[in-house]
Design a protein around this ligand. Sequence first.
Ligand code: SF4
Length: 271
Amino acid sequence: MSSLGEHIDQMIEKKVEDSGSGAGALIAAIRLLNKGVVRWALRVLTKEVEFNGERKPLMEWVLAKYAGETQCPTVTHFVAPFFEMGMKLATAWLHADEEPIKQLLSDPAIRRGIVTTLRGIALFGVTTPQKLPAPFFIVWNFTNACNLKCMHCYQNAGKPLPNELTLEEKLRVVKELDEAGVPAIALSGGEPTVHRDFWPVLAEINRRGFYSAIATNGTTFANLEFAERAKKLGLRYVEISIDAADPNVHDKFRGVPGAWAKAVQGLKKCR
Ligand code: SF4
């Protein structure tokens, strides 16, 4: 065991001694996850299984079935009953209700986050911070195109770059991030919403169950139809920058008159 591993083990041991029964049980559970046989079981449960052209770890299918999804590969039907029984016993022991857990797991991004963490434990053991096989969150500078001319722009955005990805390549990136186990994607730029590929890529991100977010200057969201279309496609988080309460300061900074008014409208329409 590495010295860091020893240090963590000693720290956990001390915490178990110091803690009350609740924290002690949690720490004992974390220690249990670090056992070789548990990590071996996690490796088996996080092996990829293909179904309807989608490759996901077995555990992700099991969690989806537990949450009520019916379209799952055959092997899920053998493993899921054991998981369901385990959850029943665990929730009974903790006097907890299963329904809120099922509700939580009905979100594919949460399922993916859990499975990516379990894959990290299977591969690397329990580490501080936890090593993962894929990042939880990707910020994707989607295009260099932008409809503003901010004096502080770190991307020097304006026109799209000549070597930006084609739509086909972008969709392949989404597929690869999905297969890698990334739970959340934020589109940034430039201004991602002014690019023609924004809609098909957003649709694909949400079809694949990512948590989708966007960093935008907000001007395109001033149009209610735009905001509604984005919401309908599954966009879950919008971040709009306002540089000042005074419109003139914001517009001067942003290089385009009326930028403040549109950004504030964008905020309101998103609300
Ligand atoms: S809105 Fe963002 S991407 Fe566009 S110019 Fe300003 S800082 Fe750059």
